[in-house]
Design a protein around this ligand. Structure first.
Ligand code: ADP
Length: 210
């Protein structure tokens, strides 16, 4: 209701409100959106943390899932980045489609949010050395090594103001970590400040499907 009402006011008053009122309406709308994201992420995380049953063993085909992750990343980027999807070997994962979508789109979204305009983002699926790997590589701001072990903690952020600016909730990588653990997968992070980052979700081949 709060989001809907403020949006209607912002739209209706567009032509005759003072700049000051427009400013505050825009602020209300923006913070509504942020609160909504935060509540959604908290609910997702608490559902994952409550242990719950192992995810349904649906067959989650990678190609369509990654096509839609690419579409979301492109929408978030709004043309500011070159985003390339490479699916080496078509395959599927046994697991929960919604959870995998949430994990993969958090990784892709972070790459967009922490890569300045003009950067490149690669989304790659490949099967090698006994693992299926989803790789998100960016040419963004990077992360100093001492932060890496703590990145998947709730609300852990390298740069508080930067994260706030990019609209993050601080829960994305915590969600990623939980989803991957529930899918027998691990998360590896390599990064170099100023050069870029590479997040790899690694699934043992025995959990992949034809
Ligand atoms: P946030 O909502 O703050 O982005 P996340 O849990 O998704 O929360 O990420 C935690 C922190 O890890 C971020 O605040 C940011 O400092 C860092 N981070 C995540 N992804 C990247 C990336 N691709 N490049 C640089 N820093 C990143």
């Amino acid at each position: 209701v709060v989001a809907g009402s403020s949006k209607i006011m912002a739209d209706d008053y567009e032509s005759y409100a003072t700049d000051e009122i427009k400013h505050y309406l825009a602020l209300i709308c923006e913070h509504n959106a942020r609160m909504k994201r935060l509540i959604e992420d908290l609910l997702t995380l608490s559902a994952l943390e409550s242990g719950g049953p192992a995810p349904n063993e649906e067959r989650v085909a990678l190609q369509p899932l990654l096509n839609s992750i690419l579409g979301d990343a492109q929408a978030l980027s709004a043309g500011r980045h070159e985003i390339v999807l490479t699916v080496g070997e078509p395959s599927a994962i046994g697991g929960c489609a919604n959870e995998l979508r949430s994990a993969f789109s958090n990784l892709a979204g972070n790459a967009v949010r922490y890569t300045p305009q003009g950067g490149r983002i690669d989304l790659i699926w490949r099967v090698q050395n006994g693992f299926g790997e989803f790789v998100v590589a960016d040419t963004g701001i990077g992360i100093a090594e001492h932060h890496l072990p703590r990145l998947t903690e709730r609300f852990y952020r390298v740069d508080r103001s930067r994260s706030r600016e990019t609209g993050g909730t601080g829960l994305g990588l915590a969600i990623v970590k939980h989803v991957l653990t529930r899918h027998h997968a691990s998360l590896e992070i390599e990064s170099e400040p100023g050069k870029g980052s590479r997040f790899i979700a690694r699934f043992p081949e025995r959990y992949l499907m034809a």
